[in-house]
Design a protein around this ligand. Structure first.
Ligand SMILES: NC(=O)c1ccc[n+]([C@@H]2O[C@H](COP(=O)([O-])OP(=O)(O)OC[C@H]3O[C@@H](n4cnc5c(N)ncnc54)[C@H](OP(=O)(O)O)[C@@H]3O)[C@@H](O)[C@H]2O)c1
Length: 213
C-alpha cells in the first residue's frame, strides 16, 4: 500500500520505519523536514514531505499529531487531499498542563469525533491509540499472546479496511461501534499511561485483550 503519515514525532517515525519493513510505500509529513535529516539517513526508504504530501497518498492515511496541533495539521494537509480516504486517528487528546498527562475531553465528545467533524468527507477510524508506538505494528511480540486493538468509526467499509490492515500484522480487532465510542477507547490510553507511570516507566510492554468464556 502507499500510506501517508500525518505527523513525524515518535509515533510517525516508528510507524514509517515499521511500514517500509513490511513492504509499504510511506510518505511521512511534517512542517519541519530538516529535523528529520538523521532519521532520513537511517531510514532512506521513508519519503519525507509536507502534511499535504502525506495526505495525497492513495491507500491509507495515519494521523499521528500532537493533539493541540491536530486541527491545524489537518488544515495544512488539505481536506480535499483527504476526501474519500480512510484516515486512522491515532491521536490522544492529552493535556500536559499539570505535568502528568490527562484527557482534555471525553464525556461529551472525543478526539475521534472531532477529527471526523474536521474531515467530513473522509472515513475516520479510531485505532492504534491505546498502545505504544513500538508495538503498533508488532503485536506478535507480547508474552501471553497477541493483544486486541479496540476501534471505532462511522463507516463499516473503512473499519473493514483498517481491521484487515491490523489483522495482517497480528492484531485481534474489537470493533466497539460508531465514532462516539472513541470516548471509551481514548481512556484506554490513559490506563496504558498510568501503568507506565506507576512502574516508573519500567513497565511499557503491556497491551489489552478482551477475553471471553
Ligand atoms: N507515544 C506513543 O507511543 C503514543 C501511543 C499512542 C498514541 N499516541 C498519540 O499519537 C500522537 C503523536 O504522538 P507523538 O509522540 O508521535 O508526537 P507529538 O509530539 O504528540 O506530535 C508530533 C507531531 O505533531 C505535529 N504538531 C505539533 N504541533 C502542531 C501544530 N501546532 N500544527 C501542526 N502540527 C503540529 C508535529 O509537527 P512537526 O513535525 O511539523 O513538528 C509532529 O509531526 C499524539 O496524539 C499521541 O497522544 C502516542
Amino acid at each position: 500500500m502507499n500510506i501517508g503519515i500525518i505527523g513525524a514525532g515518535g509515533v510517525g517515525q516508528q510507524l514509517a520505519t515499521d511500514l517500509v519493513k513490511l513492504g509499504h510505500g510511506v510518505v511521512m509529513g511534517t512542517r519541519n523536514p530538516e529535523k528529520l535529516e538523521e532519521y532520513k539517513t537511517k531510514n532512506p526508504q521513508v519519503s519525507i514531505g509536507s502534511f499535504a504530501d502525506a495526505a495525497k497518498q492513495p491507500d491509507l492515511i495515519l494521523l499521528a499529531t500532537n493533539w493541540g496541533g491536530t486541527q491545524n495539521a489537518l488544515e495544512l494537509a488539505g481536506k480535499a487531499n483527504l476526501a474519500g480516504k480512510v484516515v486512522v486517528d491515532i491521536t490522544n487528546p492529552l493535556d500536559f498542563s499539570t505535568g502528568k498527562p490527562a484527557l482534555a475531553l471525553g464525556f461529551n465528545t472525543s478526539a475521534g469525533e472531532l477529527v471526523q467533524s474536521w474531515l467530513p468527507d473522509s472515513h475516520v477510524v479510531k485505532a492504534l491509540n491505546s498502545i505504544t508506538a513500538s508495538a503498533m505494528l508488532n503485536p506478535s511480540t507480547f508474552v501471553g499472546g497477541n493483544p486486541d486493538m479496540f476501534i471505532a468509526g462511522n463507516e463499516a467499509n473503512a473499519k473493514k479496511t483498517v481491521s484487515s490492515f491490523l489483522e495482517s500484522v497480528g492484531w485481534g480487532v474489537v470493533d466497539l461501534g460508531d465514532m462516539p465510542q472513541s470516548r471509551l477507547i481514548e481512556p484506554l490510553a490513559m490506563i496504558w499511561i498510568q501503568i507506565g507511570f506507576q512502574s516508573g516507566w519500567s513497565k511499557v510492554n503491556h497491551g489489552f485483550k478482551l477475553l471471553n468464556r
